[in-house]
Ligand binder design. Structure first.
Ligand SMILES: Nc1ncnc2c1ncn2[C@@H]1O[C@H](COP(=O)(O)OP(=O)(O)OP(=O)(O)O)[C@@H](O)[C@H]1O
Ligand SMILES: [Mg+2]
Length: 220
């Protein structure tokens, strides 16, 4: 990674130029970022991956957030200091986008995309140690939030992701640490799942970016 020129990304014998340097700033170009994301998407998820025109709106918001374009974030009502909660119907491409978007800012600390289900399975196996793992300053994207089973370790029931979100909220308030997540659920369903204490903190923790409810399932 070239820290002097983070807008140049070398992939094998190809160099992707995501924009140009103007003064001390990088002037990113949407079409170049889109081409890079399509290339990486094909590489990671298969040749059928493409950036669909109907996803340009949501992708634009995500790009402005990740490159920290303050003016455009303001236009979208996005707070660049909070994390992202990417919601949308099954198979619309939430996980793929979150796995891809960190790649456009290689000079920033990447977040790990972690399956919420797997975190619960870790809790069932090792108990509260599994919760502590996410109370650190690491950056995470909790994938498929809200549909994970509830945790149980030696008879001790636990709303694992609910507890983790409470810790992540503390970290956000004290140290500005970011948390991202993807979900199929709407605000009401998240509240039903985690209670209003967690839901209220989620509003502080996340910017909500939502795919249209009628976005098609890309698995089909
Ligand atoms: N832009 C795309 N072009 C082609 N295929 C895609 C695209 N985005 C995602 N896919 C494929 O569609 C499937 C679903 O994508 P993904 O897992 O990102 O969706 P999701 O919204 O996270 O789904 P879920 O709600 O089930 O978690 C995957 O097989 C993925 O490779
Ligand atoms: Mg997903």
């Amino acid at each position: 990674m070239n820290f002097q020129a983070p807008h140049l990304i070398v992939e094998g014998n190809r160099t992707f130029r995501l924009g140009s340097i103007q003064g001390r700033e990088i002037h990113y170009e949407f079409s170049r970022i889109r081409d890079f994301l399509e290339f990486k998407g094909k590489q990671l998820f298969g040749e059928t991956f493409q950036i669909y025109p109907e996803d340009h709106g949501i992708l634009t918001q995500l790009i402005h957030y990740f490159i920290k374009d303050e003016i455009m974030c303001k236009n979208h009502g996005i707070d660049p200091d909070k994390g992202i909660l990417l919601s949308g119907p099954i198979g619309c491409g939430k996980t793929s986008f979150m796995r891809l978007l960190k790649l456009i800012v290689p000079h920033k600390r990447p977040y790990s995309v972690l399956s919420s289900r797997n975190i619960v399975f870790a809790y069932n196996h090792i108990g509260s140690k599994a919760l502590q793992d996410y109370g650190d300053h690491g950056s995470y994207c909790f994938d498929d939030l809200g549909v994970e089973p509830s945790g149980k370790h030696f008879g001790q029931e636990c709303n694992v992701l609910g507890e983790i979100l409470l810790s992540r909220y503390e970290l956000f308030v004290l140290h500005k640490v970011k948390t991202h997540a993807t979900t199929n659920l709407n605000a009401q369903e998240l509240e039903d799942r985690y209670g209003n204490r967690v839901r209220s903190r989620m509003r502080e923790l996340f910017n909500l970016i939502a795919f249209d409810a009628d976005s098609k399932d890309k698995r089909r």
